[in-house]
Design a protein around this ligand. Structure first.
Ligand SMILES: Cc1cc2nc3c(=O)[nH]c(=O)nc-3n(C[C@H](O)[C@H](O)[C@H](O)COP(=O)(O)O)c2cc1C
Length: 210
């Protein structure tokens, strides 16, 4: 690895993961070490390395300017053929949020200050491939866009949780759409900044084929 990598990268070179509790789950109590601040972070490696799922949000809205940056970030994600085979539903209505909680196995934190539902829109993908490939493309388009939005939110001093445990039909009914959702991204100001979770040792993760 080049010495130009931020030193933080090396903090990922350790093993260990916690149990696989089912959703909904309680947030662990640990806090970030001193120095993890609620400020704009512009170093992409630090943003990635310090991101942590958050399920306890402050009861305050996120500024429109920050949401615009999050949408702009989602819009920069690569998409199959550049066709942007996804849509974002920005859910504001309390009764729709309540339906999304139900649709997400009653995970209460889905009722977050900002709730974005990323849906696939395979009709936008004008490529001459079989429908199952087009569908796969739109799943990936929607997923990447959500991932970009998640990182952007973190860079803006916000926290997020990605919700994949959803009943697609219930989400579609709550939104009044035919588009199939891929994930919900819940965003808000964290009650506490949490420490990033340990990940697999990179030596276990990388399978070099040579
Ligand atoms: C595909 C996917 C589905 C997920 N679904 C849920 C979910 O339904 N509820 C939830 O609380 N967290 C969900 N998460 C968040 C993960 O639990 C979380 O990312 C994981 O525990 C690692 O923690 P970290 O994000 O803090 O690194 C999901 C994440 C992904 C990528």
């Amino acid at each position: 690895m080049s010495s130009s990598y931020p030193s933080d990268v090396f903090s990922r070179l350790y093993a260990g993961e916690e149990s696989d509790k089912l959703y909904p789950k309680e947030e662990a109590a640990e806090q970030a070490p001193e120095g993890v601040e609620d400020v704009l972070q512009t170093n992409i490696f630090n943003v990635m390395l310090n991101r942590r799922s958050q399920r306890k949000f402050e009861d305050r809205p996120v500024e429109d300017s920050k949401m615009e940056m999050i949408f702009a970030a989602a819009d920069t994600a690569p998409t199959a053929g550049g066709f942007q085979g996804f849509e974002i539903f920005n859910v504001k209505k309390a009764d729709v949020k309540a339906k999304l909680v139900e649709a997400a196995n009653k995970q209460p934190y889905v009722n977050a200050p900002e709730v974005l539902v990323f849906c696939m829109n395979p009709q936008r993908v004008k490529l001459n491939f079989p429908p199952e490939i087009i569908r796969k493309f739109s799943v990936q388009d929607a997923t990447l866009a959500a991932a970009y939005a998640q990182l952007a939110a973190h860079a803006l001093g916000l926290s997020t949780v990605w919700i994949g445990m959803i009943d697609e039909k219930k989400v579609m009914s709550a939104l009044g759409t035919d588009l199939v959702p891929s994930s919900i991204l819940c965003i808000g100001y964290p009650q506490k900044m949490l420490q990033p979770k340990p990940k697999r040792n990179l030596v276990e993760l990388i399978h070099t084929v040579q």
